[in-house]
Design a binder for this molecule. Structure first.
Ligand code: FAD
Ligand code: UDP
Length: 383
C-alpha cells in the first residue's frame, strides 16, 4: 500500500530518503523552510560574475564508499577536483595538510621522508601517551612550533575556545604526510558536480511521487497528516527547545569580488589569531573547467550560534552531549518519526556519510513495512 511520507528538509538527507521511498511507490512530500533545495550544499550561479558559488561554504565531495559514489554519479557528472589547501601563517604561505613540503619550508630544511619523520618525532612531546585533547594530539604528533603556527590560532577562531578544551578527534581528521602529497583528503573518489550540488539534488527530487514545497516550515503540530516523518531539522527545534539549545558554531560569510585571480587557489586558511577570519574561499577555483575571469570570494568568520543564526558545526562537548541525551529520551517517545541528517542527529556529517545514512535509513523503513516491525527513531547511534 502506498503510504504518505513527509521529509522535513530538502537537503541531501531528505532528498535521498525521499527518492528511495518514491521509487518504492510511496507518496513523498519534501518541505523546506528555505527558498531553495539542497540544504547547506546549495550552490548558486552568481549573476554578476557567472561563478558557481557554494552559498553555505565550500563543499568538496570525497568518499571511499562505492555505492555512494555511483549514486551521486547517477544524478550528476562529477569532474575531477583535488582540494589543495594553503595556509598563511606569520607572513608566509604553506601547504596543508602538513606534508614534507610544509615541514621543509617551515623549518628551512631539505629533509627526505624518513629524516622528516625522525625530525618531527624529535619535536613531539613524547610524554603524552594517549592524547585526549586537540592540543595534546597536536603536541604529540607535530610538536609545539607547527601547532602554534597552523592549529592553535585557527582552532581558537573556529571553535571559540582553547584547543585544550576540544577532543583529539577534531585534529585526527587531518593527516600528517611525509611525502609531497598535498591532497587535503585521502579518499579514493573526489570530485565536484559539474553543474553544482543543487542541480544534483534537483534531479534526485525529480520523481512523479515527490512533491516539493519550499518556504514551508513544519513542526510537531503537522505530524498527524502523515504515515511517517523523516526529520532533518534540529532535534532540539522539534521539541521547541523545551530543554534548552544544543550548542553550535555559526559562520558569517563576508563576500567580496575581484577582477581576476585573487589568491590562486580555492581555499586559503589563516593560522594567525590576529587575523579575524579563519579562511578565504575563491569560488571559481571549485569549478576550474569554467575558466571565469571575475571572482567571488568569501571571508569566513566563526562565532557562537544564536537562535536566529544558521547552525553549522555541532559543538558536542560534555554539556551538549548531556543535553543531547535528554533530547534523545524525548525523541524515543515519539511515534512515526525518524530523526536524520546532521541536524536531526546533532553530528558533523560529510556529504558521503549523509547519503550513506540516508540510503540505509530508507532501506530500514522499507524493510519494516514488509515485516511490520517498528521503525527506529534513530537509524544509527547518535551519542
Ligand atoms: P542540511 O543540508 O542542513 O539540510 C537540512 C534542511 O532542513 C535545511 O535546508 C533546513 O532549511 C531544513 N529545515 C530544518 N528545519 C526545518 C523545519 N522545521 N521545516 C522545514 N525545513 C526545515 N561535506 C563534505 O562532504 N565535504 C565538504 O567539503 C563539506 N563542507 C562543509 C562546509 C561547511 C561550512 C559545513 C557546515 C558543512 C560541510 N559539509 C561538507 C557537510 C555537508 O554540509 C552536510 O553533509 C550536508 O549538508 C548534510 O545534509 P542534511 O540534509 O543532513 O542537512
Ligand atoms: N584546523 C586548524 N588549522 C587549519 C585547518 C584545520 O587548526 O588550517 C583544525 C580546526 O580546528 C578544524 C579541524 O582542524 O576544525 C579539522 O579541520 P577540517 O579541515 O576538517 O575542518 P572543517 O572542514 O570541519 O572546517
Amino acid at each position: 500500500m502506498a503510504l504518505r511520507c513527509l521529509m522535513v528538509g530538502a537537503g541531501l538527507s531528505g532528498a535521498v530518503i525521499g527518492r528511495a521511498l518514491a521509487e518504492a511507490g510511496h507518496n513523498v512530500i519534501v518541505v523546506d523552510a528555505r527558498d531553495h533545495i539542497a540544504g547547506n550544499c546549495h550552490t548558486e550561479r552568481d549573476a554578476a560574475t557567472d561563478v558557481m558559488v557554494h552559498v553555505y561554504g565550500p563543499h568538496i565531495f570525497h568518499t571511499d564508499d562505492e555505492e555512494v559514489w555511483s549514486y551521486v554519479n547517477r544524478f550528476e557528472t562529477f569532474l575531477p577536483f583535488k582540494n589543495r589547501v594553503k595556509t598563511t601563517s606569520q607572513g608566509a604561505v604553506y601547504s596543508l595538510p602538513i606534508n614534507l613540503h610544509t615541514i621543509n619550508q617551515f623549518f628551512g630544511k631539505t629533509l627526505r621522508p624518513d629524516e622528516a619523520r625522525a625530525f618531527l618525532e624529535s619535536k613531539a612531546d613524547l610524554s603524552i601517551d594517549d592524547p585526549q585533547t586537540f592540543e595534546e594530539q597536536a603536541l604529540r604528533f607535530v610538536g609545539r612550533d607547527l601547532y602554534e603556527a597552523f592549529f592553535k590560532g585557527y582552532t581558537m577562531k573556529q571553535w571559540g575556545c582553547s584547543p585544550s578544551e576540544l577532543p583529539a578527534s577534531i585534529l585526527k581528521r587531518l593527516p600528517v604526510r611525509f611525502n609531497y602529497d598535498d591532497n587535503y583528503f585521502f579518499h579514493k573518489y573526489q570530485g565536484m558536480p559539474e553543474n553544482g550540488y543543487t542541480a544534483m539534488v534537483e534531479k534526485i527530487l525529480d520523481h512523479d511521487n515527490i512533491a516539493v514545497r519550499l518556504n514551508t516550515r513544519v513542526g510537531r503540530a503537522d505530524m498527524a497528516d502523515y504515515d511517517h516523518i523523516f526529520y532533518s531539522g534540529p532535534i532540539d527545534g522539534w521539541f521547541d527547545y523545551e530543554l534548552g539549545h544544543l550548542g553550535y558554531r555559526t559562520l558569517d560569510f563576508e563576500r567580496f569580488d575581484y577582477d581576476g585571480d585573487y589568491q590562486g587557489c580555492a581555499v586559503m586558511n589563516y593560522g594567525d589569531i590576529d587575523v579575524p577570519y579563519t579562511r578565504i574561499t575563491e569560488h571559481k577555483h571549485f569549478s576550474p573547467w569554467e575558466n571565469r575571469k571575475k571572482s567571488v570570494l568569501y571571508r569566513e568568520y566563526s562565532r557562537a550560534c544564536t537562535e536566529s543564526d544558521i547552525p553549522y558545526y555541532p559543538i558536542r562537548q560534555v554539556a551538549e552531549k548531556t543535553l543531547l541525551a535528554e533530547y534523545i529520551k524525548l525523541a524515543e517517545q515519539e511515534k512515526n518519526i525518524t530523526f536524520v541528517g546532521r541536524l536531526g542527529t546533532y553530528r558533523y556529517l560529510d556529504m558521503d556519510v549523509t547519503i550513506r545514512e540516508a540510503l540505509d535509513c530508507a532501506r530500514t523503513w522499507l524493510a519494516v513495512q514488509e515485516t511490520g516491525q517498528k521503525m527506529p527513531v534513530f537509524n544509527i547511534s547518535v551519542l
